[in-house]
Design a protein around this ligand. Structure first.
Ligand SMILES: [Zn+2]
Length: 56
């Protein structure tokens, strides 16, 4: 499993994601980014997420 803490990229956000693989994390993050941060996922954001993925 992988985990990602949105707060590692967006200071102050407490949302955490857990999924079996990076693709599923990215799908969840994309939805969260759109709904809660009003941003679309682009290449730099994907890189930021991947840089902060942790093994769970
Ligand atoms: Zn967030």
């Amino acid at each position: 499993m992988k985990t990602f803490r949105c707060g590692d990229v967006v200071p102050g956000c407490t949302r955490e994601f857990t999924a079996p693989d990076r693709q599923e994390i990215l799908a969840q993050v994309a939805e969260h980014a759109r709904e809660d941060h009003h941003v679309e996922v682009d290449a730099p954001l994907v890189q930021a997420v991947e840089a902060n993925l942790r093994d769970a």
